[in-house]
Design a protein around this ligand. Structure first.
Ligand code: KG4
Ligand code: ZN
Length: 334
């Protein structure tokens, strides 16, 4: 079965063609550059960019997959969570295509898309596993009993881990989004250069990153430009270590409590090399296995939406064309 996936929940315009939830035929991802001068995503600008880009990106996705619209079986699009204007562009486009072609439409939860990136890539992954979804908008630990059946163990009280990465990157003058740049710089820095606070250590699976963000901002203000310039990579490494420590500690504990053999990490921050390395190390000590997606499947992309669309279609059948965008959509915990 060929699924056309469409993702426009934030600032990536992406369209993909995926066969049977496993084989990527194309995955065109256009990261909008119009936001960098604002230091963050401007929803109105993102909506307008999606409108400009969605048709060319869709055409390119079909071309690269070497298929025609006729050959597509199901059209899947992100319905939420995300920015309402951007979501509506992809959703309306998907529903329009489904309406004129008479094909099935499947609404997809963006968070299910992230966790499905691992199901898409790893055939040996157990149906029952634990996932850490960690992105610019979310930080949560979820026990996946099977696709569509979730138990949320914990989430962030305030900011997402990716948001903290982006904020510190901005303060360090690294541009937006800066997570990947901190990752790169940190590789050459000393993670013990400065100890930033680790929050919520006693709250089993609850995260908090706003205190760390403030602590890092105050620290940078106090240090002055010379120290910042001289120790840029040490500061990046120390900050990254504080985020990674907490993510790893809680994920390892949650995996033991959920009694799973397999753990996955997904979302933009899952591309972080230090996070992958530490998770891998600590989970393997307990005999558990870590899976993570290829970097381009960690950050927002339509292949993961097409994969989630396939599994959702298998489980629930087609969705309704009256489906509306749901900016604060949570994970279905039924
Ligand atoms: O999943 P995503 O594309 O969008 C959301 O759904 O939020 O995640 C984007 C986030 C940004 O905060 C970005 O800085 C972060 O993922 N990110 C990283 C890395 N690559 C992307 N953070 C740390 N290390 C990375 N290598
Ligand atoms: Zn995302």
């Amino acid at each position: 079965m060929l699924i056309l996936g469409i993702e426009t929940s934030c600032d990536e315009t992406s369209v993909a063609v995926v066969r049977d939830g496993r084989e990527i035929l194309s995955n065109v991802i256009l990261s909008q550059t119009a936001h960098s001068k604002f230091g963050g995503v401007v929803p109105e600008v993102a909506s307008r960019e999606h409108i400009k880009l969605i048709i060319p990106v869709y055409r390119q996705a079909l071309d690269e997959a070497e298929v025609t619209l006729d050959e597509i079986d199901v059209i899947a699009a992100t319905i939420g969570p995300g920015l309402v204007g951007p979501l509506l562009v992809g959703l309306s486009f998907a529903k329009g295509l489904a309406y004129v072609t008479g094909k099935s439409f499947v609404p997809v939860n963006h968070l299910e898309g992230h966790l499905a990136a691992n199901i898409l890539q790893h055939r040996t992954l157990d149906k029952h596993h634990l996932t850490l979804i960690v992105s610019g908008g979310h930080t949560m630990l979820v026990e996946v009993k099977q696709f569509g059946d979730y138990h949320i163990l914990g989430r962030t009280r305030d900011d997402a881990a990716g948001e903290a990465f982006d904020k510190i990157a901005k303060l360090l003058g690294l541009g937006y989004p800066g997570g990947a740049e901190i990752d790169r710089l940190a590789a050459g820095g000393d993670p013990k250069f400065h100890r930033f606070p680790r929050a919520m250590r006693k709250e089993a699976y609850t995260f908090s990153f706003s205190g760390l963000k403030t602590a890092a901002a105050l620290y940078l203000k106090k240090q002055g430009q010379t120290v910042r310039d001289r120790h840029l990579s040490d500061i990046a490494a120390s900050f990254q270590e504080a985020v990674v420590d907490v993510l790893v500690e809680k994920t390892v504990a949650a995996a033991a409590a959920a009694e799973v053999r397999h753990v996955t990490v997904s979302g933009g921050v899952a591309a972080n090399r230090r996070l992958r390395e530490c998770l891998q190390q600590q989970l393997s000590r307990d005999g558990r296995r870590l899976f993570y997606p290829a970097p381009e499947l960690c950050t927002d992309n339509a292949a993961m939406i097409a994969a989630a669309g396939f599994y959702s279609y298998e489980r629930y059948g087609p969705g309704e064309l009256i489906a509306d965008a749901i900016p604060y959509l949570g994970l279905n915990t039924a």
